[in-house]
Design a protein. Structure first.
Length: 138
């Protein structure tokens, strides 16, 4: 006779769910139309941007070609900020690699640039409409 006993399952305590941080992506229309990697890759990337833009904590804003002039840093810029200003950080992607910036004066400069760039963008709903049209053209 074969006796089989079951071990009780371990119950894991799951940490409480936290709200995801708010994220705003500012993308120039030119970047959406570049098509790196071919048609299929470009379409998959645009579909992913559209899917992410539907998340409640994500705002995708597009700077259209027909928009006004806007200040730019000339390379990729990630700006992380939160409730503790001393921890704010900007990351610049340059030819020589990434550079992390945490000085108050430089952060203020990059925050101003981002604020001006955001003023040149479409609101999130029209941005999604434009991305959808670009996806159809791709």
């Amino acid at each position: 006779m074969f006796n089989r006993t079951r071990k009780p399952k371990r119950v894991r305590a799951t940490p409480p769910q936290r709200e995801p941080p708010q994220c705003t992506a500012i993308i120039h229309e030119a970047a959406l139309r570049m098509g790196f990697g071919g048609r299929e890759v470009a379409r998959a990337q645009l579909d992913h941007v559209m899917k992410m833009s539907e998340q409640p904590h994500v705002a995708v804003r597009v700077i259209p070609f027909y928009g006004t002039a806007f200040p730019t840093v000339g390379h990729g810029l990630d700006y992380a900020h939160g409730p503790v200003p001393a921890l704010n950080t900007a990351q610049l992607d340059a030819a020589h690699g990434s550079e992390l910036i945490d000085s108050v004066a430089q952060l203020a400069k990059y925050r101003l640039i981002l604020d001006r760039m955001e003023q040149a963008t479409l609101e999130p709903a029209p941005s999604r409409d434009l991305i959808h049209r670009i996806t159809q053209d791709t």
